[in-house]
Design a protein around this ligand. Structure first.
Ligand SMILES: [Fe+2]
Length: 435
């Protein structure tokens, strides 16, 4: 390995990394391939997952038509909860157990794809709900075997769920976001069709694009895999294995594409090139973070989204309080990267460069400020709120938000720095206002 970032660092620590990825088909119109691809995987009776909003769109008809043309029976489940919960996962699993499909297709955003993963898991390997959920909230039990084949068809350019083995949900009894993480959950194939994003509102493109940006940036700056303890057995190596050369490839290119195209994709829905490149960046960053893992900005985001009181953004349906996932992530990011830059200033400067900053005069000691300022510039350009104060948080909330982020140990331990509740509270305070 040419880069000293990945030189082995000591006894008992990791010396290897694993690359996992779904088969991906990318390109305009590729959703038409769905029926043929489902057939090729041996599917004859498909559980088709979506939500009520997406089910009303042409993209859902396209999926339906393609499956029917291949002679495949369809059992629809369009009751997916946007921002799924343990209850909505359990309902979907009950549907799948009864329907007994031999394959799964999900058409929608991260909520839909994650719900199909969970339904597939619990219908294939029934267990007490919390047993597979990430520790310390759940038992963290390994998935005992493969799931039924699943083709994921994302309709937003954000979560990357189509290429990861992670399913995120709200655990209602704890008002906490957590998830299930296992390579077995990774969809068998992804059909990534940029035609699906042409009708997305600007604010949705902005939030999902900034989620992608943070996936790339967090994967790139995560604790290097050589500084994680080696697993007892190689097959137990976690998906959040830390920064690694494979994930760096996708992260660098995703950052470069977003630096060039995100603002255009947000400001002009008819800019097909920009929307397509943003979707390709989402796919690359999804592959990157599916193998490296994200860290502190996402851990903090789950608290920001979970404790929202009154904020509701333009462009999102309904009026219930909501901080969209990508917004809840990016609001923390400048505060976090100001702090983590000291762990590897060169890497943070390089990230700013990929995102389009002029770093020709940047000294090592300025790395955090340079990256944070550039992120803030991108946030302003695509209409993000001005820090956590603009979504309703203030001085009295930092400790409670830190309590909310603390259970996200899988993410916090993947960070390049150690944290505790006091340092998390400081990071929330640092995100209060940016301009
Ligand atoms: Fe995310």
């Amino acid at each position: 390995m040419s880069c000293c970032h990945y030189q082995p660092t000591g006894d008992g620590l990791e010396t290897a990394f694993t690359v996992d990825a779904s088969r991906i088909t990318f390109g305009r119109g590729c959703l038409e391939e769905l029926g043929d691809r489902a057939s090729a995987l041996g599917m004859t009776r498909v559980a088709l997952f979506s939500d009520a909003g997406v089910a009303a769109l042409e993209v859902f008809d396209t999926a339906h038509r393609s499956l029917r043309a291949a002679g495949i029976d369809i059992i629809e489940y369009t009751d997916v909860h946007v921002e799924p919960t343990d209850e909505s996962f359990t309902r979907a699993a009950a549907f799948a157990s009864e329907a007994e499909p031999d394959g799964y297709v999900s058409v929608g955003g991260g909520s839909v794809i994650d719900t199909a993963k969970a339904a597939n898991l619990y219908a294939t390997h029934p267990a007490d709900f919390l047993s597979y959920v990430n520790a310390p909230i759940g038992g963290g039990a390994p998935v005992p075997g493969p799931l039924k084949p699943h083709i994921a068809c994302p309709t937003t350019s954000g979560t990357g769920s189509e290429v990861t083995g992670i399913a995120i949900f709200d655990l209602l009894s704890m008002t906490a976001k957590t998830g299930i993480a296992s390579p077995a959950l990774r969809p068998t194939e992804a059909l990534v069709d940029p035609d699906c994003t042409d009708t997305l509102p600007a604010q949705v493109v902005a939030c999902s694009g900034l989620d992608v940006l943070s996936h790339a940036l967090e994967s790139f700056t995560a604790r290097p895999f050589v500084r994680r303890g080696a697993p007892d057995r190689p097959s137990l190596r976690p998906m959040s294995q830390g920064a690694n050369p494979w994930s760096d490839l996708g992260s660098r290119e995703a950052m470069r594409l977003l630096g060039s195209y995100l603002e255009r994709a947000v400001s002009d829905a008819s800019d097909r090139e920009a929307r397509e490149e943003t979707m390709w960046a989402a796919t690359l960053a999804g592959i990157a973070f599916g193998n490296a893992g994200v860290h502190i900005p996402h851990a903090m985001a789950y608290a920001v989204a979970g404790q929202v009181r009154g904020f509701h953004p333009d462009g999102y349906p309904g009026s219930a309080p909501l901080v969209p996932h990508g917004m809840s992530v990016i609001l923390n990011a400048p505060s976090v990267f100001r702090l983590t830059a000291s762990t590897n200033p060169q890497r943070h400067i390089e990230a700013a460069h990929h995102l389009g900053a002029d770093v020709s005069d940047a000294g090592q000691h300025e790395a955090g400020a340079v990256l944070a300022e550039h992120l803030v510039g991108i946030m302003r350009a695509v209409g993000m709120p001005n820090g956590l104060s603009a979504v309703g948080y203030g001085e009295a909330d930092w400790a409670r938000l830190a309590d909310g982020a603390w259970p996200q140990q899988r993410l916090l331990q993947n960070a390049p720095i150690e944290s505790d509740k006091a340092s998390l509270a400081q990071l929330f305070e640092g995100a209060v206002r940016y301009w």
